[in-house]
Design a protein around this ligand. Structure first.
Ligand SMILES: Cc1cc2nc3c(=O)[nH]c(=O)nc-3n(C[C@H](O)[C@H](O)[C@H](O)COP(=O)(O)OP(=O)(O)OC[C@H]3O[C@@H](n4cnc5c(N)ncnc54)[C@H](O)[C@@H]3O)c2cc1C
Length: 472
């Protein structure tokens, strides 16, 4: 029996362990998995807590259904019947600009009508097909790409808020290729984004005519999907689906190579043997564990920065809020000078997030452009959030319920040079094929990306298992 130890019980570690067990069973390989987790709970960034009837998500509140990975995982676990799709109204997303909440236009005519982008800004956007494709292969930042192809206004009012919504990131430092690979590819393949949209729409029409299956009707955004009792049901489901053990409060401090495998030293001093090790912890944590094993790998892992984030949950009696809360919520461009990055109308997105007659709002504060927010006192975070809610939605009422979550290491930042850094990290471990790295620090931060990357890592583990077991 080959022992595979997975370090970290976030979605990446759990999904890797599950995929290893499933693939090993299919290939008739003998495997024993063990997941080691530092905290006294599984889930990592995923943690759904119901307090006073409000269901507060510590981190993510769902995944998008436009990629198959997480949906397939749910199918395999037999928990698809518990999935909860977001309300249809939650397709409406807003941007706060020049003291008005503007609905994000979903099509050409709505875009022309929208007052979010000025006429000169719209004209600049309309020139996008005339901008030649970039031939320089160096890693471009999202801000450089936005300015070059779409103009300053679109960068500030559309791209930058989207980057803060997904990565809590700063477009001036983030890599286009690593954050939005598809957008990079569209420019390379079609010469521009509008050209790509026109060609792809034509292709889709032709495919429908020819009776071919086409991508989800929900379009590129997909539908935000969770569970009745929050996204934690996903990681709980994976945990329950595992044959192997999950050891909680078992932080790994060191990974040492020995003949035929590895010795893992826990913070408690306990030592464990493993033939194959998968690290699914954040990059800075992996750097610490690998400090002695590979100084070079450790140093490069440390170069992946993380943004901080405060998540502020406010519960109100519905009648005390005049705003209709009809939609998903809003993002705020940096130029508006507000303290928060945006607010999700959580109880409008999923129906049961607040008790009867109440609503739940969830604001985000911090990110790469406001790293100091993590150090603000509870009172200050609350005051600044309430000030924003007043300015933006005219909410003057004091919340009946407040919960503030802090993420000192919220989301890894794929800054310029990220892809080359990840390649160099992988290269530095070529001589240790039984030591693998996975998790959201490398190839995508969305839950779908984490599950996808876990599946790919599990396939590598299976290849190694075959080699190990052929030697026996
Ligand atoms: C506020 C917020 C909102 C988000 N919203 C969304 C969203 O709506 N949709 C979406 O798709 N994504 C969202 N994300 C991103 C997504 O949640 C994460 O990318 C994903 O959950 C990361 O999973 P992971 O398993 O790779 O890492 P983590 O969840 O960070 O798990 C790593 C695990 O390793 C453990 N660990 C650390 N050190 C050690 C050690 N030494 N020994 C043992 N264990 C250790 C940690 O305790 C943790 O459990 C959000 C993230 C944040 C912070």
């Amino acid at each position: 029996m080959t022992r595979v130890v997975i370090i970290g019980a976030g979605i990446s570690g759990l999904a890797t362990a599950y995929a290893v067990e499933q693939l090993a069973a299919q290939a008739e390989l003998e495997v024993q998995t063990l997941v080691l987790e530092k905290l006294d709970r599984t889930g990592g960034k995923i943690w759904s807590r119901r307090e006073n009837g409000f269901l507060c998500e510590w981190g993510p509140n769902g995944f998008l259904d436009n990629k198959p990975m997480t949906l397939e995982l749910c199918d395999s676990l037999g928990i698809s019947d518990q999935l909860l799709r977001s309300d249809d109204n939650a397709r409406k997303r807003f941007i706060y600009s020049e003291q008005v909440l503007h609905q994000l236009p979903e099509n050409g005519p709505a875009f022309l009508k929208s007052k979010l982008i000025s006429w000169p800004g719209k004209l600049r956007l309309a020139c996008e097909p005339l901008i030649p494709k970039r031939t320089d292969q160096s890693d471009e930042t999202l801000a450089e790409f936005g300015r070059r192809r779409l103009g300053n206004e679109a960068l500030n009012k559309l791209i930058a808020p989207m980057v803060s919504g997904i990565f809590a990131g700063d477009p001036e430092t983030m890599s286009l290729k690593s954050c939005f690979k598809r957008i990079y590819e569209l420019e390379q393949e079609y010469g521009g984004l509008i050209k790509a949209m026109v060609r792809l729409a034509k292709q889709k029409k032709a495919d429908i005519k020819a009776g071919k299956a086409v991508a989800s009707a929900a379009g590129p955004g997909g539908i935000l999907t969770s569970f009745q009792e929050g996204i934690q049901q996903l990681t709980e489901g994976v945990g329950k689906g595992l044959q192997g053990e999950i050891k909680l409060t078992s932080a790994v401090s060191k990974i040492e190579q020995k003949s035929g495998g590895y010795i893992l030293t826990l913070e408690s001093g306990e030592q464990l043997d493993a033939e194959i090790v998968v690290s699914a912890v954040p990059a800075y944590a992996a750097a610490t564990m690998l400090a002695e094993n590979s100084e070079k790998t450790s140093a490069m892992l440390k170069q992946i920065p993380y943004a901080t984030m405060n998540v502020i949950c406010f519960g109100y009696q519905r009648e005390r809020i005049t705003h209709n809360l009809d939609g998903f919520g809003y993002l705020i461009p940096k130029a508006e000078g507000r303290s928060t990055l945006g607010t999700l109308w959580d109880s409008s997105i999923f129906p049961n997030r607040a008790p009867e007659g109440h609503v739940l709002l969830r604001s985000m504060m911090g990110g790469a452009t406001n790293m100091g927010a993590i150090d603000l006192s509870e009172e200050e975070v609350k005051k600044r959030t309430m000030d924003d809610l007043w300015q933006i939605m005219r909410i003057a009422a004091k919340p009946d319920f407040v919960r503030i979550f802090r993420h000192p290491h919220a989301i890894p930042q794929y800054t310029r040079g990220h892809a080359a850094r990840v390649e160099a990290i992988e290269d530095s471990l070529r001589g240790q094929p039984d030591l693998l790295l996975t998790g959201n620090a490398f190839f995508g931060v969305g839950l779908n990306d984490c599950v996808n990357n876990s599946n790919l890592t599990a396939q590598k583990v299976i290849e190694r298992l075959k080699i190990h077991q052929s030697k026996c």
